[in-house]
Design a protein. Sequence first.
Length: 429
Amino acid sequence: MNITKKDLTKAQIELTVELSVEEFQPYIKRGVEKVSREVKIEGFRPGKAPYEILKSKIGEMTILEESARIAIDKTLDQAIKENIAEQLVGQPQINITKLALDNPLEYKVILALLPQVKLGDYKNLQIKQAKVEVKSDEVDKLISQLREMRSSEKISETAVKENNKVIVDLEMFIDKVPLEGGQGKGTSVIIGKNFVVPGFDQKLIGANKDDVREFNLLYPADFHQANLAGRLVDFRVKVKEIYQRELPEVNEDFVKGFGLKTAAEFKENIKKSLLAEKEHEAERQAEVAMLEKIISQCKFGDIPEMLVDHEAKVMMSELEHSVESQGGKFVDYLSHLKKTSEQLLLDLLPDAIKRVKVSLIIREIARLEKIAATEQEVNQEIEAVLKQYVDKQDIIERIKSLAYREYVINNLTSRKVVKELKEWNVSKN
């Protein structure tokens, strides 16, 4: 195995690894066996199809690519151990550069070196966590929302009035030109609740079924859609159906649905929930302020671009998951922002750099303060995750892998370090 080493910019190293024809040959044999187990070929048992028949079925390059993956998996660790003494961080970037039958295999791997971190003060930073309280009108607002969610409806034959739900077809125009995305059929409007733009719902009061209302409204200057902010928009609205809504009283029957017995207990429970939510947010903000202050007092060596790029992609995935978990589509989210995924990725880079710096700081503090996850803690965490995937063997295998165990160790250690940092630096008012 021939290996050459090249220093790149931004604390990165490139290794070029070449396996001779003779060194690569055993991996081709193993690649053939693996592919033939996965491809059904009539007349042959899995894993027993000859090379030539397999090649005619799926193509030579498919076999070679699988063989290369096996070879890289078996030789990469050795190449790194023999050529790099520095501490590495992140996942290697691997690119196969030469791959052909009866030729050497060549691949290049780019590795990120752990940047040097010179810590400043990270104790006694005197971060104040904001004091929070819950006001009665906040409790009433949430109770009102819960009543809204459990309201009953029946078709009304009378004109639109407060608290009705109205089903409408609507069209929107600017300067008599139809607004893109401004048409909707079967749209629900709750009278008394601002819809699209303040005042819209009030324009429908007094209308009967099948009536058409035409009116215009001025959008606020700070409206979130730039093409509508501060613009006068014309509306044409046809009333399709009117529903009378009845909100349930907050009585024993109502609170029973929340597992409670009395209205007073229900109200107190709502207050506690809102208080816990506010305290969690105040704690999060204090943690952010603490970490930003620690970052500002640290000095960092070159941070590898691949670390930052990877973190930005992780953040993008988290954002996509968040949008979709709320029932949205990420492509619509990007359209709303008027950005491509590439442009959004660039926007995320400053925060990605900050997250990488936090990770490096936590790692260094863990080393200095000798903070680490115990084997028992790691095992308990893995066992808890395994219980969620009892019937999914592929996921279970990944959870039991050394790579996942390393992830859990890092995650638990980070949580311990942050907990200690908050003990040292954050006080509640």
